[in-house]
Design a binder for this molecule. Structure first.
Ligand SMILES: *[C@@H]1O[C@H](CO)[C@@H](O)[C@H](O)[C@H]1NC(C)=O
Ligand SMILES: *[C@@H]1O[C@H](CO)[C@@H](O)[C@H](O)[C@H]1NC(C)=O
Ligand SMILES: *[C@@H]1O[C@H](CO)[C@@H](O)[C@H](O)[C@H]1NC(C)=O
Ligand SMILES: *[C@@H]1O[C@H](CO)[C@@H](O)[C@H](O)[C@H]1NC(C)=O
Ligand SMILES: *[C@@H]1O[C@H](CO)[C@@H](O)[C@H](O)[C@H]1NC(C)=O
Ligand SMILES: *[C@@H]1O[C@H](CO)[C@@H](O)[C@H](O)[C@H]1NC(C)=O
Ligand SMILES: CC(=O)N[C@H]1CO[C@H](CO)[C@@H](O)[C@@H]1O
Length: 350
């Protein structure tokens, strides 16, 4: 049933197949005992599990909401009177959705949001933009207008500043747990990233599983990253904020794919863990470690900046570059439009 697909320079097929079968075996073992972790085997066992039709319904539900505190709904980490200023419910009324995408966006990035809506935001997946609060009433008025037009904004009552990004990330997990528990996969990304959404949907359904997964954090992991102590660094962290010298292994925040059980585990951990402002370190590193979760590398399913320049600079469809799922971060709107055009040209018209 797993069709062998060529991912160009991407993940080779055989480790994926191996991952798939190990996952199936693990799934059988899971209910009898616990699955062997990477430490228990010589092979690098995948840290995630894939679901099959028969298992999808027999496993414990990914969102045991009763395990959360009674005040959970109105709490966001240390904010005790949390609420959504703008909210939308695109998942109501459909019990299953393959992919939900939550895009971190700054309130002023109206053009970046428009670019995503015009390009990779289109398709059978759902895309929402996560925002914090703004101080200017005029900006808020503009956001409400944008919300009425596109119905894709989620705004929380915390100020949208870069030291508050962990609120945004955890708000995304909260939103998913409360308002979109049927989504099989959650992608967290940023508004300057290109997501090859048609290829990503194929990858989820054919190379992972259309019924979803468990314990999956798919991303570009960083291991042994030193805590920056230099006063010149934008990412300077004081010893009081983070006493350790090295961060736990964590994901580059611009493309992180979560399975639903992971969304819940990280959310629950976040709600009872002290705030730390570098959101990718905190959520995909510190909290993941506390929940015994490990990251799976995306490998070469990500385009390099050189490949983007090459694709943006010439006219053909670049079938030689092979399948990729993400462009790198910090892309301009022109680059995103061009990549979308390439992706459209490469796909057979349907
Ligand atoms: C969608 O469902 C949520 C809870 O599941 C509810 O709070 C919300 O009011 C619903 N919205 C609509 C528009 O149906
Ligand atoms: C945002 O848009 C949705 C959909 O049009 C609407 O139901 C909701 O009331 C809007 N929220 C605000 C605060 O304007
Ligand atoms: C967010 O950031 C601002 C300014 O950096 C700060 O004053 C505020 O306390 C932070 N937290 C929340 C919940 O808004
Ligand atoms: C994580 O694993 C350790 C050691 O195997 C165990 O003691 C701990 O209870 C686990 N924590 C969670 C949240 O599963
Ligand atoms: C992002 O791209 C701009 C030009 O498009 C460049 O000036 C800037 O240095 C880049 N930033 C990072 C962090 O790469
Ligand atoms: C892409 O270009 C190659 C060579 O120019 C061509 O053979 C191929 O059919 C094109 N693919 C699509 C989907 O247009
Ligand atoms: C534990 C469990 O539910 N296993 C099932 C997983 O799915 C396969 C295929 O549908 C079943 O044969 C197993 O019984």
């Amino acid at each position: 049933m797993l069709e062998k697909r060529r991912y160009g320079a991407g993940l080779p097929a055989s480790p994926l197949l191996a991952a798939f079968f190990t996952a199936v075996v693990c799934l059988f073992l899971w209910r009898l005992s616990s699955c062997p972790g990477p430490q228990g085997t010589q092979l690098v066992a995948p840290s995630y599990l894939l679901l099959l039709p028969g298992n999808a319904t027999s496993l414990p539900p990914p969102y045991p909401m009763h395990k959360l505190a009674p005040s959970d709904r109105t709490t966001l980490i240390d904010v005790k009177d949390f609420s959504f200023q703008l909210n939308n419910f695109p998942c109501n009324g459909s019990s299953s959705l393959l992919l939900l995408v939550l895009v971190h966006s700054a309130p002023g990035n109206v053009d970046k949001r428009r670019t995503i809506r015009e390009t990779w935001g289109r398709g059978s997946h759902r895309v929402l933009f996560l925002l914090g609060a703004v101080e200017s009433p005029a900006t808020q008025e503009a956001l409400e207008e944008e919300n009425r037009t596109y119905r894709d904004l989620v705004q929380g009552r915390f100020l949208d500043t870069y030291r508050n990004m962990t609120y945004k990330h955890v708000m995304g997990l909260k939103w998913t747990a409360y308002y979109c528990p049927g989504a099989r996969y959650l992608l967290k990304t940023d508004d300057d990233v290109f997501v090859n959404s048609p290829a990503l949907l194929d990858f989820l359904a054919q190379d992972l599983s259309p019924w979803g997964a468990r314990r999956l954090i798919l991303c570009e992991p960083f291991a042994f990253a030193y805590v920056k102590r230099s006063y010149r660094s934008k990412w300077r962290v004081s010893p009081r904020e983070y006493p350790g010298r090295v961060y736990p292994s964590y994901c580059a925040g611009w493309a992180v794919l979560y399975s639903p059980d992971v969304v819940f585990l990280l959310y629950r951990e976040a709600q009872r863990t002290e705030y730390f402002w570098i959101d990718d370190v905190h959520v995909t590193g510190t909290l993941a470690a506390r929940a015994n979760l490990t990251q799976t590398p995306l490998g070469s399913l990500v385009l390099s900046s050189e490949q983007v320049q090459f694709m943006v600079g010439s006219r053909d469809n670049h079938s030689d570059i092979g399948v990729f799922l993400f462009g790198p971060p910090n892309l301009s709107r022109t680059e995103i439009h061009r990549l979308w055009q390439v992706v459209q040209d490469r796909r057979p018209a349907s």
